[in-house]
Design a protein around this ligand. Structure first.
Ligand SMILES: CC(C)(COP(=O)(O)OP(=O)(O)OC[C@H]1O[C@@H](n2cnc3c(N)ncnc32)[C@H](O)[C@@H]1OP(=O)(O)O)[C@@H](O)C(=O)NCCC(=O)NCCS
Length: 196
């Protein structure tokens, strides 16, 4: 079980329920969902549930999503500021899903790249035989760049056909890119595509 990760400028430590306000500040902010507005957390309760889920996942799988904390002041952000979250979620099948979301005030400093690289390494160390995957909307250039920068390979680009277009709230039809740290077998790739 990984307790915390330190990078040059960041501390990644397990999320706790005390983070709920700060976490909702990021996940409830429409600017952090520009490419997927329906994903925004509509209430603090939803954020709290997401944190509980990360806590449970860490206990079950040894690693999950972490709070990302600034170790030094950056612009208007003081040392100790909650910048966002980053980590890897164990999917229902044997694959990690790498993810991150940061407060707009923290964008443009290379923090996502730094946190994603540490999270990728932690997921690989925790379960060396489990592939690390990542899904990103084709329009999300910044996130695509992060995945490229941490060394993941683009393995698929397209639209999932697992649900018919037009289902209310469905986002599976949006064009996505899938990245991974190794070749995926057909079953795993199909399962990742079906997630949308
Ligand atoms: C995507 C996100 C995490 C990037 O965070 P960040 O800390 O600004 O990223 P970095 O500073 O590490 O930049 C990564 C790269 O993206 C580039 N980039 C940053 N913003 C960009 C933008 N709006 N358009 C194109 N490229 C951009 C940077 O120049 C950098 O590339 P480089 O290394 O070649 O210079 C952040 O914008 C965010 O939280 N967005 C909302 C949530 C989200 O989209 N999460 C990912 C879901 S798949």
């Amino acid at each position: 079980m990984i307790d915390e990760l330190r990078t040059e400028r960041l501390l990644l430590r397990p999320l706790t329920l005390d983070d709920a306000d700060a976490y909702f500040g990021v996940y409830g902010d429409p600017r952090t969902w520009e490419h997927l507005p329906s994903g925004r957390h509509p209430s603090r309760d939803v954020s709290e549930r997401a944190i509980r889920s990360a806590i449970d996942a860490r206990l079950a799988h040894g690693f999950s999503h972490n709070a990302v904390i600034a170790r030094e002041p950056v612009g208007l952000l003081p040392a100790g500021a909650f910048l966002g979250s980053a980590g890897a979620k164990m999917l229902d099948f044997d694959a990690w899903n790498l993810g991150y979301r940061f407060a707009p005030a923290a964008w443009g400093h290379g923090f996502a790249t730094e946190a994603a690289a540490a999270s990728l390494e932690a997921a690989q160390t925790t379960r060396p035989s489990t592939p690390v995957t990542a899904r990103v909307l084709a329009e999300n250039e910044a996130s695509i760049r992060v995945l490229e920068r941490v060394g993941l390979q683009l393995i698929w680009r397209g639209r999932s056909t697992s649900e018919p277009d037009g289902v209310e709230g469905s986002t599976t039809h949006l064009e996505r890119l899938i990245f991974a740290d190794c070749r995926l077998d057909d079953h795993t790739l199909d399962a990742v595509i079906a997630l949308g």
